[in-house]
Design a protein around this ligand. Structure first.
Ligand SMILES: Nc1ncnc2c1ncn2[C@@H]1O[C@H](COP(=O)(O)OP(=O)(O)OP(=O)(O)O)[C@@H](O)[C@H]1O
Length: 457
């Protein structure tokens, strides 16, 4: 699998735009009895179908989409992705549960309010974007403004701005038939963007595009997100697309969200065998970060070696360590959080957690980024008081790793306290002076992805 996962900002903890709780969508006769009856709601999909004739496309799903994040809904065909996202704006009527946008109850909205929701607040970009064939590119983009009643000259001016923004300047007068598939998709994107929605909902927008154009469009979405910080919900069944674009990923199976977390959490700590199978071929070094891979620093290595940010990928660390010929320091605001050496790098690539080198004492030290001049005393070794302390509610050393969260209700992500060592997702948090592989984190070498499947960033 080729993967180009950008170094990303830590996941936002901003307030939710969408809040979804206990959501069900059941197709079939008398659908509301399924979520209401614990016996029926516990049935496996095939049994539910044979006993009731119903399909539970979405089963008791809860999550928040936070302001400014790209929230990816991923899963195999038929897992319920489209149904779930269509429920958000009631393009499909939910059977049970609650949905709120900015605190407003979506299920209580009347038709006019719903229309307003779909036109102004949560615009959908479809795979088949339904461009109007007899209109020019400019008029297709302006269409969304036209239904909003914006005057002709203003809407043409704004449309031209968004045509340029998606890289189609000069093509304003063409008709959709004179465009390639990728260009048409850009028109669809500009048409959704021009109405300035709070949230963009993408339903597998690029799955019909050939791989190169697809990558182009993914980059376009990533760029727009970077520049505008717009909240996006993005459906895909393509893992590399999910890892590339998603700040967080909800992985669906048979209508349920089986895991919700950052790409790093999904790849580093699959919640079950299904997720593990999904992420098996992912080049871990391109997803896992230095914060996850590092070991505690000793006093002497806290002052030497190349400096990396905690969010840098292990792939970046491999390059830095190879160039310097020495372990890299993971630095945050002048503080050495830990060290990444060859053992750690190999451990990530092989999918195993290396044992600590004998005698390694952890040292989290407040030192400058610049290496200490030769002959000066190195930074002081960490005192007990400096020890990275787990934030309240997190695991402490020695605890078995908590199973990765099955849904939003579990703490899929959390902010890291300043100076705190963030544990490998599902992995281990070493106690001071201790290195222990986390149970369940160690993968047998036979399971490690073959070297041949990996490609450089
Ligand atoms: N109108 C409907 N009536 C009955 N069953 C439906 C209906 N729409 C969807 N389903 C069923 O609900 C389940 C989820 O479908 P959905 O389209 O949400 O999945 P998906 O993950 O988006 O799939 P894909 O990736 O193929 O688009 C499937 O079993 C599907 O057959």
């Amino acid at each position: 699998m080729t993967l180009t996962v950008p170094t990303r900002k830590p996941p936002t903890t901003a307030e939710p735009v969408f809040s979804v709780s206990g959501l069900w969508k059941v197709f079939g006769p008398k659908p509301e009895r399924v979520p209401a009856d614990p016996e029926l709601s516990a049935l496996a999909p095939a049994e539910l179908r044979s006993r009731t004739g119903c399909t539970a496309a979405v089963r008791d799903v809860s999550f928040d989409v936070r302001k400014g994040e790209v929230f990816v809904v991923m899963g195999l065909s038929g897992s319920g992705k489209s149904t779930l996202v269509r429920c958000l704006t009631r393009l499909i009527e939910p059977t049970a549960g609650t949905i709120a946008i900015d605190g407003e109850d979506v299920r209580a909205m009347d038709r006019a309010r719903l229309r307003e929701l779909r036109r102004h607040r949560a615009a959908m970009v479809f795979q088949h974007f339904g461009l109007l064939p007899h209109r020019t590119v400019l008029d297709n983009v302006a269409y969304g403004l036209e239904i909003q009643g914006v005057g002709r000259s203003e809407r043409r001016e704004r449309a031209a701005e968004f045509v340029a923004k998606v890289g189609l300047a000069g093509m304003e007068k063409r008709r959709p038939g004179q465009l390639s598939g990728g260009q048409r998709q850009r028109v669809g994107l500009a048409r959704a963007l021009v109405v300035d929605p709070e949230v963009l909902l993408f339903d597998e927008p690029f799955s019909a595009l050939d791989p190169l154009i697809r990558r182009d469009m993914q980059d376009e979405v990533a760029r727009l997100h970077r520049e505008e910080g717009r909240t996006m919900v993005f459906i895909t069944h393509d893992l590399s697309e999910a890892l590339k674009l998603g700040d967080r990923i909800a992985l669906m199976r048979d209508g349920r969200v089986v895991q919700l977390g950052t790409p790093e959490e999904i790849v580093g700590a699959p919640a079950d065998d299904y997720v593990r199978e999904f992420v098996r071929d992912v080049p871990r070094e391109q997803v896992l970060t230095c914060r996850t891979a590092m070991r505690p620093a000793c006093a002497e290595d806290a002052a030497h070696g190349p400096a990396l940010r905690p969010e840098a990928t292990v792939a970046e660390a491999i390059e830095a360590v190879a160039r310097a010929g020495a372990p890299a320091r993971v630095m945050d605001q002048g503080r050495c959080l830990g060290v990444i050496d060859h053992d750690r790098l190999l451990g990530v690539v092989a999918g195993v957690t290396p044992e600590a080198p004998a005698g390694t004492a952890p040292a989290a030290t407040a030192v400058g980024d610049a290496p200490a001049p030769a002959g000066t005393s190195t930074a002081p070794a960490m005192t007990a008081g400096d020890a990275p302390t787990p934030a309240a509610g997190t695991r402490t050393a020695g605890n078995a790793p908590a199973p990765a969260p099955a849904a939003e209700s579990a703490p899929a992500t959390r902010e890291t306290a300043p100076g705190e060592h963030r544990p490998a997702p599902g992995g281990h948090r070493p106690a001071p002076g201790e290195h222990r592989p986390a149970p369940g984190e160690r993968r047998p070498a036979s399971e490690a992805p073959a070297g041949g499947t990996r490609e450089a960033v």
